[in-house]
Write a protein that binds this ligand. Structure first.
Ligand SMILES: Nc1ncnc2c1ncn2[C@@H]1O[C@H](COP(=O)(O)OP(=O)(O)OP(=O)(O)O)[C@@H](O)[C@H]1O
Ligand SMILES: [Mg+2]
Length: 359
């Protein structure tokens, strides 16, 4: 097993991608490793003609994925939008892996990102010795992606300043990156496109200018529609991540996952699953991604300190940490939920006691 802590999608799923390339007989857009249909199959899973099983990466509506993939064939870039934890980054990584065979051309956009991190910068030692030359140029992931015709990922696009965002307009509409110092320009090679992600819940974001918005097709990723779907996502991802982290073996914990997902959904939606009781929502974000983190925490704790099985005890300590982000207001919310909902569910007595113990 590799010692690398986290491997990119194209390495982890190299066998699946190879099998898809071998069986894919549909036309491929220039610069693409696979046909758009095969990219969808890679993301949604299924079995191939040669018997290879493709595991599902995205669990949800196939139509969304088709729209996303179809966008990337056009001259418009793709913007994945949604609340935190709706698999925007995850989907972006897998799309890049399937289309370009490389998901590592990545720029993390922050309030401190400047134009140099998007376009290019200079190696000052070489610049001083030789003057402006190609040798002195330090390309960014975006510039490399243009040069080799691959997919470039921009994470959290709306966190960087609007003026910096607008650097992208020329790149996306003219497919051109001017380098005035060298009196040249980098022309994007076929296969180049951009996948950006942005979440709709962050404060202090910078709205895209309408000129830039027009260069993107927006696909909104929803939270899972049902408890069953969300529990299936959590079960699958916890299994994968926990195994990759080599956590001690524990029995499967479907029942605890179902309880956790129910609690998160009820608090998020501000009502019990049956709609009978109205609830207050905590300040933090209780998405599928948080549920995955809580279960992994519970697994680790159960494996090293607990009874060896994920139970109400190991679940509760991790769960309270996820729900109570504001020590005053969220505690009140959780307290009310415990008394009005958890306490009244017959088979949840163990959970009620365990949460009370750590609160
Ligand atoms: N519909 C889904 N299908 C498969 N995995 C999902 C789904 N929803 C969430 N996940 C899982 O949730 C985890 C978090 O997803 P990811 O980091 O991509 O979220 P995000 O939308 O980028 O969040 P943020 O806005 O916080 O960056 C991943 O492990 C991902 O596999
Ligand atoms: Mg993300």
């Amino acid at each position: 097993m590799s010692t690398q802590l986290r491997q990119p999608a194209e390495v982890l799923f190299a066998a699946e991608l190879k099998a898809l390339v071998a069986t894919d007989d549909r036309p491929r857009p220039a610069g693409w490793a696979l046909s758009p249909q095969a990219v969808c199959d890679y993301l949604m899973g299924g079995s191939l003609a040669d018997g290879t099983e493709i595991s599902p990466k995205y669990i949800g509506n196939r139509r969304l994925i088709e729209t996303a993939v179809a966008t990337l064939v056009t001259d418009r870039a793709l913007l994945l939008l949604g609340v935190p934890g709706t698999a925007k980054s995850w989907l972006s990584e897998h799309l890049a892996a399937a289309i370009a065979g490389d998901s590592t051309r990545l720029v993390q956009c922050t309030a401190g990102t400047d134009e140099q991190q998007l376009r290019y910068s200079w190696n000052y030692a070489v610049l001083l010795a030789k003057g402006p030359s190609k040798d002195a140029l330090v390309p960014t992931p975006l510039m490399r992606g243009m040069q080799d015709g691959s997919i470039v990922r921009l994470e959290e696009l709306t966190r960087m300043g609007s003026d910096v965002q607008d650097t992208l307009i020329t790149i996306l509409s003219e497919k051109l990156l001017p380098i005035p110092e060298l009196e040249m320009a980098v022309h994007a090679v076929r296969g180049f496109n951009v996948i950006a992600t942005a979440n709709t819940r962050d404060k202090g974001v910078n709205e895209l200018s309408s000129a830039l918005k027009r260069r993107f097709n927006v696909v909104v990723l929803p939270l899972p529609a049902t408890i069953e779907e969300e529990a299936a996502i959590v079960t699958k991802r916890v299994g994968e991540i926990g195994t990759a982290l080599q956590l001690p073996e524990v029995p499967r914990a479907e029942a605890e996952i179902a309880r956790l997902v129910t609690i998160f959904r009820e608090l998020r939606e501000g009502a019990t699953a049956d709609g009978a009781t109205k609830l207050k929502s905590p300040s933090g974000n209780l998405s599928t991604a948080e549920a995955i983190s809580v279960m992994l925490g519970a697994w680790s704790e159960a494996g090293y300190f607990g009874s060896g099985a994920i139970d109400a005890h190991t679940l509760s300590a991790n769960m309270v940490g996820a729900i109570v982000k504001d020590p005053m207001a969220d505690r009140v919310v959780l307290d009310e939920y415990l008394e009005t909902v958890v306490r009244k569910r017959k088979d949840w007595a163990d959970l009620y006691a365990a949460v009370r113990e750590v609160m």
